[in-house]
Design a protein around this ligand. Structure first.
Ligand code: SF4
Length: 378
């Protein structure tokens, strides 16, 4: 098991679901259909529910969407969240039909430009209180309020996102509303990692919804998302997550299945990247494996690495075992010791240094020598 110390976030209740306070990380998704197409959206809800969604989000941008939402909500088995687009006043109409409302701080300036943002947030929070709803402050890199973005250098896209999230948390806190979570999303996983890390350092008690926007199609979309989630969840950041994939409507359940698979992999030590923060002691991580594995002996090797290094379990050493020559060489750079598998041999590394290649039979003895060397140098 990967030792993960979750951030001490407060609980946020969303219908029958609670996120934060150490609860299992909830997996959610969003209906991709036009909300007014009730049969198609109902089918999406069913698919996501069958796949095990904890929460499903629906976009609402018009009165017709609200009418459709009311009918869909009456039959939904799973808590619903609604995504307010630019019309924040729709919160009053949607709140009676959902358990959570997401608003984007960067969209609040579109309507009633002279009304202070604080008033608009107060309006949304009031609807949430009156209708027993939670809120999500959903900051998106592509739609930060331009006035706020002007305060930061153009090349720093992360600072405005973090500042926007902090500002809105402060507004909600002042209003006495704390049933909210926050998301900071970008299509670049490295920015998602940085933005969420910075925010969590300042507000560790606020539950965080993780996601990489427009991640794209599998497998690239899954890989990007996986890397961001691996780095953040091992730091204790994240209370709910959404995987955004470009998949046909009928395959939408894939987002939930992939989300759960990534969580399972993280907790059982299967990583695509080497986490920067892992607990003390020996950490063996291995990639989740995929069609690029060229020698099935990889799986057995990962198990044996674990067995033969147990004697070092009190030492803070990270060993990464990767299944292929495509990503193995780069993905092992951040580990103390790395092994990556070619068809007939295994490459061994110490950090970024290549130590040589060995047969599958020989490499374990050589690995043990390197572990001994690390222990004596500590
Ligand atoms: S390291 Fe290679 S085999 Fe392992 S998951 Fe990544 S691409 Fe697939």
């Amino acid at each position: 098991m990967t030792p993960i110390k979750r951030n001490p976030t407060r609980p946020v209740q969303i219908g029958r679901l609670t996120i934060g306070e150490g609860k299992p990380i909830a997996v959610q998704s969003m209906a991709a259909t036009r909300t007014q197409d009730i049969p198609a959206t109902r089918r999406q809800l069913e698919l996501l529910q069958e796949a095990g969604a904890d929460l499903v989000r629906i976009a609402v941008d018009s009165r017709q969407d609200v009418e459709a939402l009311a009918r869909l909500s009456a039959q939904s088995q799973v808590p619903l969240s609604v995504d307010l687009q630019e019309n924040y006043r729709l919160a009053a109409q949607v709140a009676p039909h959902v358990q959570k409302i997401r608003y984007n701080p960067g969209h609040l300036h579109h309507h009633e430009k002279d009304r202070p943002v604080r008033d608009k947030v107060a309006f949304i929070a009031e609807q949430a209180v009156d209708n027993d709803c939670a809120l999500r402050v959903g900051v998106n890199c592509g739609s930060v309020d331009p006035k706020l973005a002007e305060r930061f250098p153009a090349e720093d896209s992360i600072a405005p996102m973090v500042e926007s999230a902090l500002e809105h948390c402060a507004i909600l806190d002042e209003l006495g509303f704390n049933r909210y979570c926050v998301s900071l999303k970008d299509s670049d996983p490295t920015k998602v990692i940085e933005a969420n890390t910075r925010f969590a350092a300042q507000r560790p008690e606020v539950p965080i919804h993780l996601g990489v926007t427009e991640a794209g199609m599998p497998p690239e979309g899954i890989i990007k998302t996986r890397i961001a989630f691996e780095q953040l969840i091992t730091q204790g950041i994240g209370d709910t997550l959404r995987v955004s994939l470009t998949v046909p409507f009928d395959d939408k359940g894939e987002e939930i299945r992939v989300g759960r698979q990534i969580l399972d992999d993280i907790y059982t030590g299967r990583f695509r990247s080497v986490p920067k923060v892992l607990g003390g002691g020996l950490n063996i991580i291995s990639c989740p494996s995929c069609s690029r594995v060229e020698n099935e002996a990889f799986v057995d090797l990962a198990l044996k690495v674990r067995q033969v290094t147990q004697y070092a379990k009190a030492h803070h050493i990270t060993i990464a075992v990767m299944g292929c020559r495509v990503n193995g060489p780069g993905e092992t750079d951040d580990a103390d010791l790395g092994l990556w598998c070619a068809p007939n041999f295994v490459n061994l590394k110490r950090g970024t240094q290549h130590l040589g290649h060995f047969t599958y039979g020989e490499v374990l003895d050589r690995l043990r020598e390197e572990v001994d060397r690390l222990i004596s140098s500590h």
